[in-house]
Design a protein around this ligand. Sequence first.
Ligand code: NHR
Ligand code: GAR
Length: 215
Amino acid sequence: MSDKRIVVLISGSGSNLQAIIDHLAQGNIPGRISAVISNKADAYGLTRATNAGIETRVLSHREFADREHFDTALQELIDSFEPDLVVLAGFMRILTPEFVRHYAGRLFNIHPSLLPKYKGLHTHQRAIDAGDREHGCTVHFVTEELDGGPLIVQAPVAIEPGDDADSLQQRVHSLEHRIYPLAVEWFCRDRLALRAGSVHLDGTALPASGFRYTE
Ligand code: NHR
Ligand code: GAR
């Protein structure tokens, strides 16, 4: 089985990128990151990639007239690396339907909530405000519906009395760093497939909530 080629898209710190880099570096996983692409030139994740010897590119959405032109250029750039898998890791631009369709079944996102709850932004504060006892994070296949694609793996986090958005975000983040490398590893090992809109792991359909990861 030849190594899967992975392109990672970021906009910021890239701690999830780092977790994936570290996991792949542990060896025995048939995958490697071919390139890291950021829409922001000052994203710290670019430094992380360079430090790991990974090629980087910057494509600023500000240099394009509209979303369609940005996404067309982004798609061309990504495809120049011939990836098997494209990973959104804190990538903050909504992608056009054309883009998402082009990568159907090979485009991952990590979202800081237990989807389908709290699509969009400011998820930690929204979970606290709602009085939820549980929050978490989700890796999912990206579809045209924002944060609405089929779920791969979810990790729950208990909300403690006295939690604020920051404290909760920290605990969610450390679980993101577990489940994102796990999902990437499954993909690299050909254990994951998207068939008729449902996610299969080792040939068996997962529940709609995905695989539930607990420590
Ligand atoms: N694109 C599609 N089509 N579908 C998804 O599920 C996507 C996607 C692009 C990004 C990540 C997502 C998240 O996990 C993601 C999922 C950015 C925004 C947003 O509102 C929303 C959701 C996500 C990422 N972005 C603003 C925009 O106008 C810009 C915000 C900014 O630059 O800070 O694109 O939460
Ligand atoms: C992560 O918490 C991720 O779930 C979230 O941004 C953070 C990126 O952190 N993604 C979104 O909110 C997407 N809208 P990182 O850059 O350190 O990986």
